[in-house]
Design a protein around this ligand. Sequence first.
Ligand code: GLC
Length: 470
Amino acid sequence: MNWSESTRRAFLKQFGAAGAMALAASRAEAAQQIVPPAGPASADEKQAATRDQRMQWWHEAKFGMFIHWGLYSVIGQHEWAKEVEGVPISQYEILAKHFHPKPNAARDWARLAKRAGQRYMVMTTKHHEGFCNFATELTDYNAAQQGPGRDLVAEFVEAARAEGLRVGFYYSLMDWHHPDGALCKTDEAARRRFVDYTHGLIRELMTNYGKIDVLWYDVAWPLDAEEWESEKMNAMVFELQPDIIVNNRNLLPGDFSTPEQHIQAAEAGRAWETCMTLNESWGFNRGDDAWKTPKEIVGNLATCANGGGNYLLNIGPMPDGSVPPESVRILSEAGAWLDINGKAVYGTDRCQGGGNVNVIYTRRGNTLYLHQHFWPNHTPAAEWLDFYKPEAVVAIGGLKAKALSARLLKTGQNVEFTQDGDFTLRLTGLPLVAPDQPATVIEVECDSEPVVDHDAERPLWPRLKVGISD
Ligand code: GLC
């Protein structure tokens, strides 16, 4: 038992004052029942105790919008432009005077996120460039005192809340602008100043905008967790925002892992979120035309859900705050698909068995969802049509559960099926053309948890004799 202060209070309340006296009288007996640990619970233990409850909405949500927006958007060549193009600080700072977003651009992002079926938004409050998109007392290199002339983070928070979306702040620890941003590694006085500055900015973010749902740290270069005083950082964050969720990029485990630009499920029991760009760049990049297709996006979302993870998908607004039209198109298509198929994504559980080249599985309890992105095409030759009923068949080998019913999410139409012993479920009589795009989802209710396990089945398949017959 974790003997936290609230447990102690609940315990005393339950016993009441008289009970507490009686308790004192029989201290020896009581001590045998509950043994409080000697020291106070560590910050991580405290976070672990409330994690399930804090993260419930996040697990249910599955899909979020990431927003990378800052001075780099004015250049329009990816958010690392300062470093990769070697732009001197004196020149880069000029961008701050030329950053003139239209009013309330964040409202359009929030409406788009809502339409796309995203349930939370995470915005860059400060990226590696060091420019604060929020009003701060700690530097004048901030949106309120520079070109924009207002607090862009405040607008974002208001916009997300207006659409009923949860609010997340991205914050880069690495800072290319602060004079101590690199010196802090080798000079203790510089480290002290820079850590105080960093903790101070995070304190402002956690204090000035009401309830914040996610804090998304990024790049810890050049310090380690001890030098950043990350324990203290998280303790402050949780004191100011007891229900918040934090990631692992201040070099502590935090509440969730953050695979970037690839999908990698964490070990069971550990929360994770894949963050990904819609093209190849986080910040607006005029020339980057490597847009993912809606099929890839919907498939990635299903793959994340399959592994019990979330998908945080990025937009890089233009300097005035407008969202590139390609991003709007792709997200809108994904959203239209989720309107029909959201049941197969939101609030689903981690699934045993991933899928195959044609399909991705997700699961809720005993219900399996087949996200069929390549539809089986058994178009018969015209001369066969007289005696051959055209149908598409979807088959799953190795399903370790008995199917009870099946239907198409797009049309609600029931699907007929047969199941051979332990091995194969055959869903029959399906239309020849995929009923839905970019993926058709078939919902299969089973009598137990639907595990798809080919490895377990492979040795059990009856095999025929191989040999040369005479
Ligand atoms: C990386 C990049 C950064 C981006 C981030 C998103 O750390 O440095 O530009 O913000 O990933 O995960």
